[in-house]
Each structure stands twice: as structure tokens, then as C-alpha cells.
Design a protein around this ligand. Structure first.
Ligand code: RIB
Ligand code: CA
Length: 289
């Protein structure tokens, strides 16, 4: 049995899926985030056609409370910056809705593993609509949150602040979450020499992603979503701590800040072999040639 991937289909999401496919991908649901949902859908249709993944299903185009916060300011309107090449475009078409597809998949599982790479809106909607299926979720491995400095605001990581109430819903329903937050991801850095040998179009796509870091005067760019995929594929490269997790919903300045306290039902990354995780992530990009 494979995993379910919920994604906002930026470049790092694509790299994460390429690694996660080693576990088998049972389904892919789309959520707004890196870009607005039509661009997310275009990216997903292209990726699923190129790599033979299951047809994606269409999820939320806005947060539970109605806002649509995207990362277009950094990633551009497509959500996938590139130095030139990209995956071949596929004609747009309507997709099946995410909620029944997710519920149907979850219904057949007892220890379902979900890899979440964007705002948690689809998964919160799922547990609200189908509380009877909550016990079937083994774990949501989520790239999101910040135990230190944020990236979208001073205190908040993008996937967390794009729908903070969604995380609050999952926490209130007792869903187990392994949170791969910004701090461990910042230790897994790609530089020019890592992407130069990649096959196209991944070289140009990862180049566009690397340029985000270079344009800020850094020598590299942290991998985010692939680190969460790596936790599922190669847990031996990580150590985890049990924590209690909460999210700030009230203080405007700290909105979306994830708060971690010792002991609890959730887990964060306490340590990782950063070079080995980076090499594992890069190995998945090689396989695209
Ligand atoms: O903050 C990084 C996260 O925001 C990643 O998941 C990236 O793809 C965007 O969704
Ligand atoms: Ca993402």
C-alpha cells in the first residue's frame, strides 16, 4: 500500500513527489499555496503525465476561513520558477473533487500515511466531513511550521500561515502529525554544483528554485518538501522528539506561529544527517532522465 500526497505543486513539491514515488503514490490532492489553484493544477497535470502518477484530484482554492494567501511573491504566478525548461504542458481539464477521493482511500486503510506539502486545508476538511475516518490516519508527515524564525512572516512558515485554522482543526481532532519544520530543512541545502549535473527539465527547475536563495545573497537554497518525503523514505536518517504542538490563531503579529512543548502526541525532527538527506533527495531527481 502506498501513500497519499497533498500538495501545492511548487518545484520543491515536485522534487518531493519524485522521492516519495519510491513508496508508491496512491493519490495526489491539490491545494492552493505556492500559486493559485489553476497554476497548481497545470503543474500537477504536467507532472502526473510526465511521471505516470495517478490523476490528481482537486482540493481547496482557499483557506477554511476564506483567505487565499499564496507564495507567488517569491515563486511567480506559476509557482514553479525555472531557468528555462519545464515539464511539457498538458491541456487543462476539470478534475475529480478531492474530498470523496481522499475519504474513499482512507476508508480502506488502518495506518494511512499522508505526506502533506502545502497548507493543510484539504486534510482539515476531510476530518471535519468524516470524523469516523480519523482513526484510520496513521500519521500526517507535514512540511510546515517553524520552531525558529519564519519564512513568510517573522514568526510563521508559509504552509502554516496560509491556513492556520486547518492545523488547529487537525490538532483538535488528535491527528498524529510529524512536523518537518523550517529548522531541519534549512540544514539541507543545495548549491550550484548539486544541480549542474541534473537532467532537464529538473536542472532548470531546480535552478529556478536555487535562484531564490542566490537572489538573497546566499550560496544555496534550503530544500523544504523533499526533506519531509525523505523522512518517510529513509527514517533512519532522522531522529525525532515527541512534542505537543499548537498554533497561534489570535495574536496578529504571531499568527500562524507553530508552538512546540516537550512531550505529546506529535513529533518534530530533533536531528538529521543533512548531507545524506540532500543526496537522497538529489538521487530522486537523477532518476528523471
Ligand atoms: O515554506 C515552504 C513551503 O511553502 C514548501 O512547502 C513550499 O513548497 C511552499 O508550499
Ligand atoms: Ca509545497
Amino acid at each position: 500500500m502506498g501513500i497519499w500526497v497533498d500538495t501545492d505543486m511548487g518545484v520543491d513539491d515536485l522534487a518531493a513527489l519524485l522521492l516519495a514515488q519510491r513508496l508508491g503514490i496512491d493519490g495526489i490532492s491539490l491545494v492552493f499555496g505556492c500559486a493559485e489553484i489553476p497554476a497548481v493544477r497545470a503543474n500537477a497535470l504536467a507532472a502526473c503525465a510526465a511521471f505516470g502518477w495517478p490523476d490528481p484530484v482537486q482540493g481547496a482554492d482557499c483557506a477554511i476561513l476564506g483567505e487565499t494567501e499564496t507564495a507567488e511573491r517569491i515563486l511567480g504566478a506559476s509557482g514553479q520558477p525555472t531557468r528555462g525548461a519545464r515539464l511539457p504542458e498538458v491541456p487543462d481539464r476539470p478534475l475529480a473533487p478531492a474530498l470523496p477521493a481522499l475519504a474513499g482511500w482512507l476508508d480502506g486503510h488502518s495506518d494511512a500515511q499522508i505526506l502533506a506539502l502545502g497548507p493543510l486545508t484539504n486534510l482539515a476538511t476531510l476530518v471535519l466531513a468524516h470524523p469516523e475516518l480519523c482513526a484510520n490516519i496513521g500519521c500526517i508527515t507535514w512540511m510546515g511550521g517553524a520552531t525558529g524564525r519564519g519564512n513568510h512572516t517573522e514568526h510563521a512558515e508559509f504552509n502554516a500561515i496560509a491556513d492556520p485554522e486547518a492545523l488547529a482543526v487537525l490538532l483538535s481532532r488528535g491527528i498524529p502529525i510529524d512536523m518537518v519544520d523550517l529548522e531541519p530543512c534549512r540544514r539541507v541545502v543545495i548549491e550550484e554544483q548539486h544541480i549542474a549535473p541534473l537532467p532537464q527539465p529538473m536542472r532548470d527547475l531546480m535552478g529556478g528554485y536555487l535562484d531564490i536563495g542566490l537572489s538573497r545573497g546566499r550560496s544555496g537554497m534550503a530544500l523544504y518538501d523533499p526533506v519531509a518525503a525523505a523522512l518517510l523514505v529513509a527514517p533512519r536518517l532522522f531522529s525525532l522528539s515527541d512534542v505537543s504542538l499548537s498554533i497561534e490563531l489570535h495574536d496578529a503579529e504571531r499568527l500562524g506561529q507553530t508552538i512546540v512543548a516537550p512531550h505529546g502526541a506529535h513529533r518534530v525532527i530533533a536531528g538529521l544527517d543533512a548531507d545524506a538527506v540532500r543526496d537522497l533527495c538529489l538521487s530522486a531527481l537523477w532518476e528523471t532522465s
